[in-house]
Design a protein around this ligand. Structure first.
Ligand SMILES: [Zn+2]
Length: 193
């Protein structure tokens, strides 16, 4: 059984991998934080499957329950700091440290694979933590780097999912057209009818 199949066996909703930015693809493993919360990292097997789906399953590692706790801590820290960035407020120092610590510890490194594309590996004995460290480093780039002013929270108040608004007019409203964008379109049509 593959990691993906075992995640399905745990009755988790499917992953949402449509966010262009890795840290927000990760925060999207919990959706509708302010509504009917949908958790996709329901167990360690789901974490293994998510790492696999995003190319961060280093050395074929299998996540343990302790890794799941680390992953969820990192995820919520990224979400809170990202929300603070979107709202123009100060991020919580503990959240910054959660992200910084994983970024600092990771021994992951990128390599070119046989097709000349990026793949990640590590020389440590904590490959799951190293995979999460890649997410943490990417979070630092996104939350603190050039795209920082474009970090935005979804207008759907139940969702408040994060994304980077790369639209020219900086007027993107939804984390994804497939979910919140569609919901809003349907609601507008219903109101018109
Ligand atoms: Zn949304």
């Amino acid at each position: 059984m593959s990691a993906r199949e075992s995640a399905q066996a745990a009755d988790a909703p499917p992953f949402r991998l449509d966010n262009e930015y890795l840290p927000f693809r990760f925060t999207a493993t919990l959706t509708d934080r302010h509504g009917a919360r949908r958790e996709r990292l329901v167990d360690a097997a789901c974490l293994t499957a998510w790492l696999d789906a995003t190319g961060l399953r280093l050395l074929g590692a299998v996540a343990a329950p302790a890794d799941l706790a680390t992953a969820r801590d990192l995820r919520e820290a990224i979400h809170r700091v990202g929300t603070a960035v979107a709202e123009g407020s100060e991020p919580d120092p503990d959240d910054r440290e959660t992200i910084n610590a994983l970024a600092r510890d990771t021994r992951a490194f990128p390599m070119l694979d046989e097709q000349g594309k990026v793949m990640w590996s590590t020389d440590s004995r904590r490959p799951v933590r190293d995979g999460l460290g890649i997410v943490a480093r990417s979070a630092i780039d996104v939350l603190g780097g050039p795209v920082r002013p474009r970090v935005t929270a979804c207008r759907n108040q139940d969702c408040r999912g994060l994304f980077v608004d790369t639209s020219r007019g900086r007027n993107r409203r939804w984390c994804s057209m497939n979910t919140c964008g569609n919901k809003s379109k349907k609601a507008a049509l219903k109101n018109r009818a």
